[in-house]
Design a protein around this ligand. Structure first.
Ligand code: C5P
Length: 234
């Protein structure tokens, strides 16, 4: 995989028109476009269809968490759209993850699991009745997801090494919370630079605001790729 293919840009914009314009400006500068619940709820399925028709790779980030039968149906529909990555919450359990993995059949769509959202801490895990530290829960859920048939996980930069150790080299690790050198952190409390995240062993990095709010998004994307291109290649 070349360096640019590792960069996923989050199309976190409120309208289809903005997503279309942004994705056209970024074509050829990034490896994949992430469509999350904000854009999807604003009509993003049309954006997904147009991106796939333009042969762009898409990460459909809707974090499914429902009964296995319903998640299987959602996964089947997502795989038919032709997206590259889809995610579910590992907290939905192994039967749900296995149903999603089965539903994508032999299509090229890869299934990711969210372990513990980075918005949680030890206190909110305890509130939910989850035992142990955040890191223990992340590793436990990554192992569970792998056993149930997920192709990888979404994880914070701080968790990449632990997940690699627990799940091996072939398990995909996708890392948001990326801030280029000198960029504003926004609300990302546990951020890492692109080079640090790649050096820690992630396969893909997800970047939103540092690219989509830049005055020249394509130049910002190129600068980020240049920043991690020289980091340890996997
Ligand atoms: O703008 P920023 O670079 O912070 O965007 C990061 C993207 O990654 C957003 O779409 C956000 O929802 C997503 N994400 C995250 N942390 C997670 C999972 C997803 O920031 N744990």
């Amino acid at each position: 995989m070349n360096a640019r293919d590792r960069l996923i840009v989050a199309l976190d914009v409120p309208s289809v028109a903005e997503a279309d314009a942004l994705s056209e400006r970024l074509a050829g500068h990034v490896g994949m476009f992430k469509v999350g619940s904000q854009l999807f709820s604003a009509g993003g399925i049309e954006v997904v269809r147009r991106l796939v028709a333009r042969r762009e790779r898409v990460f459909l980030d809707l974090k499914y968490h429902d009964i296995p039968n319903t998640v299987a149906g959602a996964m089947d529909a997502a795989a038919r759209l032709g997206v590259a990555l889809v995610d579910v919450h590992a907290l939905g359990g192994s039967a749900m993850i296995a149903a999603a993995a089965k539903a994508k059949q032999d299509r090229d769509t890869r299934l990711l699991a969210i372990t513990i959202l980075t918005s949680h801490d030890a206190a909110t895990l305890a509130e939910l009745g989850l035992a142990g530290s955040v890191q223990e829960a992340v590793v436990r859920l990554a192992r569970l997801a792998q056993k149930a048939g997920a192709d990888g996980v979404v994880a914070s930069p701080q968790e990449v090494a632990l997940i690699r150790e627990a799940c091996g080299q072939d398990f995909l690790v996708v890392t948001p919370g990326i801030r280029p050198l000198g960029a504003s952190r926004g609300d990302q409390a546990r951020a890492a630079t692109p080079a640090a995240a790649v050096a820690a062993g992630c396969d893909y990095i997800v970047v939103g605001r540092p690219i989509i709010e830049a005055s020249d998004p394509a130049a910002a994307a190129d600068a980020i790729v240049a920043e991690f291109a020289s980091a340890t290649a996997r």
